[in-house]
Design a protein around this ligand. Structure first.
Ligand code: FES
Length: 232
């Protein structure tokens, strides 16, 4: 087939088009190179600091929760059983412990909270400003855990599971905190303390209440001094 020849006008147009395409591709290449250079020179961003998640380190109670989850092979179906263990160990279902379970059982947090709030036997939070959980597991009981509880009930004038009328402190019990070696054990605002006597615990409870008062007074003073600065 004879080769078609273009007329000069068409050839000129074709050349211009070719030129424009070359220009476009050069521009695109330069842009990509610049982007690459910028990416290389950019310092790697530091990962945002993540909130420290509560875990088993240093808290013997988590060992009990871990054992309960291991026993059921970390099955999500064992959630109620695990929550029972938490309630028996911590005295109530502490938020951070629920988050821990969520991570371990790979369940959505909404499901864990859904179950925890559905059953009345689970208590999500002691109502008091502070909480004191006395262990009544076998090891603690034989070492006087029951006497500690009786003294505390007398001092606070409330029964187990109740909160003082001024809302200062809630009194709870646990079945074992995993700290049998230091029985009798109690937990004050989440901190486990061992080898307690009625006297030492009453002292600690009084201090706890006083520290809350002191904190409140300090906050009030700070608030007042800020107000003064505004009006100065
Ligand atoms: S029985 Fe109290 S810590 Fe184990």
């Amino acid at each position: 087939m004879p080769r078609q020849t273009l007329d000069p006008k068409a050839r000129k147009l074709q050349a211009q088009e070719l030129q424009a395409r070359k220009f476009q591709s050069r521009k695109l290449r330069a842009k990509n190179l610049q982007k690459l250079h910028e990416q290389k020179s950019k310092k790697p961003e530091k990962p945002a600091p993540t909130k420290k998640q509560k875990g088993p380190e240093g808290d013997p109670r988590f060992r009990i929760i871990d054992t309960a989850m291991k026993r059921t092979d970390y099955s999500p179906d064992a959630l109620i059983e695990v929550l029972h263990t938490v309630q028996e160990t911590f005295g109530y279902l502490e938020n951070e412990v629920l988050e821990y379970i969520t991570r371990q059982l790979k369940l959505p947090l909404s499901r864990v909270y859904g179950v925890a709030t559905f059953y009345h036997l689970f208590s999500l939070k002691p109502q008091g400003e502070h909480n004191c959980v006395v262990c009544l597991g076998t090891a603690c009981y034989v070492k006087g855990g029951d006497k500690i509880l009786t003294e505390l009930e007398k001092f606070l004038e409330i029964k187990t599971g109740e909160t003082t009328p001024d809302g200062k402190i809630s009194l709870l019990t646990a079945r074992c905190m995993g700290a049998c070696g230091i029985a009798p054990a109690v937990s004050l605002d989440g901190k486990v303390a061992g080898k307690q006597t009625p006297e030492s615990l009453l002292e600690a409870v009084k201090e706890l209440i006083a520290s809350g008062e002191a904190k409140k007074i300090k906050e009030k003073v700070e608030e007042l001094s800020q107000t003064e600065q505004v009006y100065a």
